[in-house]
Design a binder for this molecule. Structure first.
Ligand SMILES: C[S@@+](CC[C@H](N)C(=O)[O-])C[C@H]1O[C@@H](n2cnc3c(N)ncnc32)[C@H](O)[C@@H]1O
Length: 291
């Protein structure tokens, strides 16, 4: 198969522009040359190894595997993050959540990212706000391994911890004085940010096949079909672990924006605001801890 053939084979699977973008990605990421090289005829023949590699890529794409898993990379906030099955692919919408956190972040702020996945939010904040102290939690071994690897490659300092936020929120796993690492017992955060699982099981039927087949269900679906489960727990945790005037920043499902606002207000948060993403869809919620 030639590179041109790959391009043509992708066209029935994707829109033309998408096929072109994916071809460009495959060329650059896997073979290290540009689409311009291809178009100018600088590359025409494939080695036997490349031929095999390309064939495998094609088979995985044809089976519906997301291109980011096939290539092992996803762009986020202008940087390339490694991703593998078992870890959620960072979405462009989530870049807006990083912008919300970075906006008005005090110098030297302590930030906690809950459900860090590939580490995209925590690492971006650590790299963009170089004075910030960034901590990130996830329940998944695979996610933490990947996030750690991404932080090392991108040169970000983030403290990763394996934690189940649903348990942490109950308050019974907070370390007693003198136990735990670092400032675990006393640390108060200026900002808790999270893009938690927020999809109820009944929404499965509306979801893209390749998301359901390839992305980790613990990153997507809420336990007990309760879409506010993680938000409630994180907001309760915030009552104990945010500084006065500290902020909660969430990525949300627009279906539950109103219910989440009511929840945050009932817990005593102030300045509860639902915000749109770049496409005009309700995508984020922010709230401030009482001063
Ligand atoms: C929607 S993904 C977000 C990943 C990443 N922050 C992003 O925006 O791409 C949710 C993450 O929460 C993690 N998670 C699920 N249940 C959790 C729990 N009980 N405690 C901590 N993290 C959890 C998943 O492993 C997953 O990495």
């Amino acid at each position: 198969m030639t590179y041109q053939q790959l391009w043509h084979q992708l066209t029935p699977l994707y829109a033309v522009e998408e096929a072109q973008a994916i071809t460009r990605l495959v060329l650059e990421t896997t073979f290290g040359f540009s689409l311009t090289d291809l178009v100018c005829g600088k590359v025409s023949e494939l080695s036997a190894d490349d031929e095999t590699k390309l064939h495998e890529i094609w088979q995985r794409l044809e089976a519906g595997e997301p291109v980011q898993y096939v290539l092992g990379e996803a762009d986020f906030f202008g940087r390339s993050f490694r991703v593998a099955p078992g870890v959620l692919i960072p979405r462009p919408e989530t870049e807006g959540l990083c912008r919300l956190v970075l906006d008005r972040l005090p110098t030297g702020a302590h930030v906690l990212d809950i459900g860090t996945g590939s580490g995209c939010i925590a690492i971006t904040i650590a790299l963009e706000a170089t004075q910030a102290l960034v901590e990130a939690w996830d329940i998944s071994d695979e996610a933490l391994r990947q996030a750690h690897d991404n932080a090392l490659r991108l040169g970000a300092q983030v403290l990763f911890r394996q934690k189940d936020v649903l348990e942490e929120a109950k308050g019974n796993v907070l370390a007693k004085a003198g136990e735990g690492e670092g400032c675990e017992e006393v640390c108060l955060y200026d900002c808790i940010v999270s893009n938690p699982p927020y999809i109820a099981d009944k929404e499965r039927t509306t979801m893209a096949r390749n998301v359901l087949d390839y992305e980790p269900s613990t990153a997507l679906f809420v336990p007990d079909d309760d879409p506010l489960r993680f938000y409630r727990s994180i907001a309760e945790l915030g009552l104990r672990r945010l500084r006065p005037d500290g902020r909660l920043c969430f990525e949300i499902n627009s279906l539950y924006a109103e219910a989440l606002s009511s929840l945050l207000i009932s817990l005593g948060y102030e300045a509860v605001t639902i915000r749109d993403d770049d496409y005009g869809k309700q995508r984020f919620a922010t709230a401030r801890m009482r001063g």
